[in-house]
Write a protein that binds this ligand. Structure first.
Ligand code: SF4
Length: 437
């Protein structure tokens, strides 16, 4: 984390083409944290921080990239680390990683933005966020119960790219593109493959919009993918405008990892556009090491634009499967005005055994959070039932039993307390044990 690094210490600029602004001071008068603009016709519209760790990484591995390029999300997307030579140039790869990259075929390619790579330990394959983005051979092992489409989304597809499972809400798969590819991705069957079976196009969007217009029971649309924030502003604006024009659609959400892996994508133009469409956003976070100055800036911009932010985190073995790491992450999210929303048990996607924890681990983490920290910091732990059963929340069972008219409940410290519940029968089948306080 970069809390110790002063914000904006090595800031750069977003630039927008327009005629030279008469009040722009000569570059020699600019404060030291502002990059002088060399290109005529460009003026600063805002600053974007670069944390110390990321700045060192940029100088070491991308020395020819200017700060303006580094903070241009299109440059980041174009410069992604995608091949074995790219990876080998930056990371000291283990034999396991090297063999896994060499063996890869099909969808879910390797893809890491230079920015996100800067958050990883280039020398240590056990670095938590590195493990989520550089494949290992375990990815090619299929164990019992694993599936390519564990949530049965293909079965519930009502129109191409539109999953309609719950009565009043739909999942709109806007693109197959992500700026980085998570090795545990539930949609690994379809993301990252150009063309082919899962292609996304305007005509496909139009068919999904036609479906939404015809289905008046749908009031809630979740835009996901792939990552919808990798779509250019004009196209995304068009899509959101079309969805917002449907009278019965009340609630529009975007699911995205972009604020975490490509935070410079959160430009002022983007936030203004999202604000106009009154969207909510679920942001995919994994580990406290992601909580850089850049991510703080992206969250601030979104929150300042009035976009409600919630988090989604997948519980991953050896990455974030301990209470202290999770508490640090959840506290960091609250600091950035992101409400911890869901903690997901990892879906049984093919090749995910090395990421999945026992369900008891998730319950243990929730027990360590609930009552021990701010209630807002405790996400809902869910299993997305394989085959399409939907999300099932799990909490450590607080009901100890019943003693006459009293319901016996265990609190966060493990002590048993009574609640007068005359006429109730909850807890009557449980065995009464422990001492009631
Ligand atoms: S960002 Fe989301 S959709 Fe893209 S690879 Fe990661 S989990 Fe999958």
């Amino acid at each position: 984390m970069d809390e110790g690094v002063p914000r904006g210490r090595t800031a750069s600029l977003e630039v927008r083409s327009q005629s030279p602004h008469p009040s722009t001071p000569p570059s020699s008068d600019l404060p030291p944290n502002v990059l002088p603009l060399k290109r005529r016709g460009l003026r600063p519209v805002s600053r974007f921080p670069i944390s110390r760790q990321t700045q060192e990484f940029r100088r070491r591995f991308f020395p020819s990239a200017s700060i303006a390029e580094w903070n241009d999300w299109r440059w980041q997307a174009r410069s992604r680390i995608r091949s074995l030579p790219d990876l080998s140039r930056v990371f000291a790869l283990s034999e396991d990683e090297r063999s896994a990259v060499e063996s890869h075929k099909g969808s879910l390619p390797v893809g890491i933005t230079p920015y996100y790579a800067s958050r990883m330990d280039v020398a240590d394959p056990s670095d938590p966020i590195r493990k989520t983005h550089i494949p290992v051979l375990g990815e090619y092992l299929r164990t019992p119960g694993e599936m390519d489409d564990p949530l049965g989304e293909d079965h519930d597809t009502a129109a191409p790219g539109l999953v309609h499972r719950y009565p009043d809400r739909v999942l709109f798969l806007t693109t197959g593109f992500c700026s980085t590819y998570c090795r545990y991705c539930t949609r690994s069957r379809m993301v990252g493959e150009a063309g082919g079976e899962y292609s996304f196009s305007l005509s496909q969007w139009q068919r999904a919009i036609d479906y939404l217009e015809a289905h008046t029971e749908v009031r809630d649309v979740l835009l996901s993918g792939g990552d919808p924030l990798t779509i250019h502003d004009e196209k995304l604006d068009w899509l959101l405008g079309r969805i917002r024009a449907i009278r019965h659609i009340e609630f529009v959400r975007l699911g995205s990892k972009v604020p975490v892996v490509l935070p410079m994508r959160v430009t002022k133009d983007l936030t203004r556009m999202l604000r106009r469409h009154r969207v909510w956003m679920s942001v995919h976070f994994t580990h406290p090491a992601e909580l850089s100055d850049e991510v703080t800036e992206a969250c601030d911009r979104l929150a300042d634009a009035g976009i409600p932010l919630g988090s989604q985190t997948v519980l991953l073995q050896g990455v974030n499967d301990d209470a202290e790491t999770m508490k640090q992450l959840m506290h960091g999210l609250l600091l950035r005005r992101v409400k911890p929303y869901y903690l997901y048990q990892c879906d049984p996607i093919s090749g995910s055994a090395h990421f999945r924890t026992p369900v008891s681990k998730g319950l243990e983490i929730i027990a360590a959070l609930r009552g021990h920290t701010t209630g807002y910091a405790v996400p809902t732990y869910v299993i997305d039932a394989p085959g399409g059963g939907g999300k099932i929340p799990l909490i450590p069972d607080p009901v100890v039993g019943r003693d006459g008219d009293d319901l016996l409940l265990r609190n966060f410290e493990g002590a048993v307390w009574r609640y007068p519940d005359p006429g109730g029968d909850l807890g009557s089948s449980a065995v009464v044990g422990g001492s009631a306080g």
